[in-house]
Write a protein that binds this ligand. Structure first.
Ligand SMILES: Nc1nc2c(ncn2[C@@H]2O[C@H](COP(=O)(O)OP(=O)(O)OP(=O)(O)O)[C@@H](O)[C@H]2O)c(=O)[nH]1
Ligand SMILES: [Mg+2]
Length: 444
């Protein structure tokens, strides 16, 4: 942060100014121009989420990115002039830069250069609150830094460790001057600690799974309204101390980084557990997907996913594709999905949906507005129907030695018949997919 101090009479007034950023986009290959425009406006939102002010944008069209500077040498000169004209502090590239490109550009421009992946990592680093997410981000940052270390030792020690405008203290200052071996050692340390946390989480999850309340997870592109929906459903639940149970909802990419689970029990509806977690984005850095696997894994254990879509965003179809690709990556591809077309209160000019009356429910999808509380009852009814529709008939043979399994199954499933045999209790039940999976070794 730039801090300018102005002296006015006796008082010192400190004005914080956001660092100024210039965005650089290269249209190459067979990229469509609308997609290109969208990726640049998303980049500007990402910059905002990182507390940077976008002061200019430079674009170029080339068949292929330049091997050494990504954009052509003439463009680099143009960019250099613009930097001094606009007094920019940081340059953000819309694509991932190779370590060589990054180094060359920083040398020529004499300004901090970052790419989209680096920017997303910085947002996560700024936003991470819990011990677990801080460690996950640090791990991802170190992993991102590792291949970029080669040949950078001199520059790194000259920099004195993260003097850059965006370096964060956690994974920045100290660790930038560490050599590869020390970074690897730190990564191993983090991995060990994360595994311990993960085990604790597994125990807690097992407890929750053994309860007969269905588990629902909110998933979707960042800023779609997942947290707003969780809060709106909490409002319906009339829970005590609601202000402390609510989560942060904000018009900002990656407002949520940690997973929160809340019990929703609205009058007239069956209770369920609802989890809210980190949102997805196009080209979510794989280092982050891996590092956040355990946080994201919350979705894998759900009976149903509520895929929240910002229906007011013209790019919503792309967002659905990205979300589903990410779900497959984290192993949640087979879980039934309810499509929640949120923000349907915003009428898109010229769109075919201008006359849509909300709430509107249509085979596994709902058009609604979480912020205005329109469609919440209808959504809960749709959840109940979907849960019911997912139930399957199965026969289990549970040995007498496993009383816990018998108790779990009989309390959560609908028992059709019971028979006491030599090998154990034989149960014919109608149960959820979750019950089927949990006790699959007893299915006959
Ligand atoms: N117009 C309108 N705005 C909404 C609606 N639902 C949410 N929003 C707004 O959308 C913005 C993002 O909402 P969040 O609930 O924070 O979104 P999220 O999906 O949790 O986002 P991340 O946590 O950043 O991934 C906020 O400014 C909300 O006020 C809606 O139904 N209509
Ligand atoms: Mg959120």
């Amino acid at each position: 942060m730039k801090t300018n101090t102005y002296e006015i009479s006796d008082a010192n007034i400190i004005i914080d100014k956001a660092p100024k950023a210039i965005l650089v986009g290269l249209m190459h290959g067979d990229m469509e121009s609308s997609k290109f425009d969208h990726s640049l406006s998303e980049l500007s939102e990402l910059a905002k989420a990182c507390d940077l002010e976008t002061v200019g944008t430079v674009t170029q069209t080339l068949p292929h990115p330049d091997h050494s500077t990504f954009i052509g040498s003439g463009k680099v000169e143009e960019l250099k002039n613009l930097i001094s004209m606009l007094d920019a502090d940081i340059i953000i590239f819309s694509d991932t830069l190779s370590p060589i490109q990054l180094r060359n550009l920083e040398k020529i421009l004499d300004t901090e250069v970052i790419d989209r992946t680096g920017l997303i990592l910085q947002i996560f680093a700024k936003r991470a609150r819990t011990r677990e997410s801080r460690m996950q981000v640090e791990y991802a940052q170190l992993q991102f830094m590792l291949p970029r270390l080669a040949g950078m030792r001199t520059e790194l020690s000259r920099q004195g460790g993260g003097s850059g405008r965006l370096s964060n203290k956690g994974a920045g200052e100290k660790k930038l001057e560490l050599d590869r071996r020390r970074i690897e050692k730190r990564m191993a340390e983090l991995r060990r600690e994360l595994e311990t946390i993960e085990r604790e989480r597994d125990t807690q999850r097992a407890k929750r799974l053994s309860s007969d309340v269905p588990r629902i997870s909110l998933v979707g592109y960042t800023n779609a309204g997942k947290s707003t929906l969780l809060n709106a459903l909490l409002e319906k639940s009339h829970v005590e101390d609601i202000d402390n149970k609510k989560v942060l909802q904000k018009d900002m990419l990656f407002a949520t980084l940690d997973t929160t689970v809340r019990r929703i029990s609205a009058p007239g509806h069956k209770p369920f557990l609802l989890s809210d977690t980190v949102g997805f984005i196009d080209e979510l850095p794989t280092t982050l997907v891996k590092a956040f696997r355990s946080t994201l894994a919350e979705a894998v254990y759900a009976d149903i996913l509520l895929e929240v879509i910002d229906f007011s965003d013209p790019e919503y179809m792309t967002h659905i594709e990205v979300t589903e690709r990410t779900l497959r990556e984290i192993g949640a591809g087979a879980i039934p999905i309810i499509y929640v077309f949120n923000k349907a209160d915003v009428v898109i000019a010229g769109s075919e949906h201008t006359s849509l009356e909300i709430p509107h429910v249509k085979s596994g999808r709902i058009y609604m507005s979480a912020e205005n509380g329109i469609g919440l009852d209808e959504l809960m009814t749709l959840i109940e129907k979907t849960l019911e529709g997912e139930k399957k008939e199965a026969t289990f043979l549970i040995p007498y030695s496993d009383g816990a399994a018998l108790y779990e199954l009989t309390s959560s499933a609908e028992v059709i018949s019971t028979e006491y045999t030599e090998g154990g209790t034989k149960l014919l039940v109608k149960c959820s997919m979750r019950d089927l999976k949990r006790h699959e070794n007893y299915i006959i």
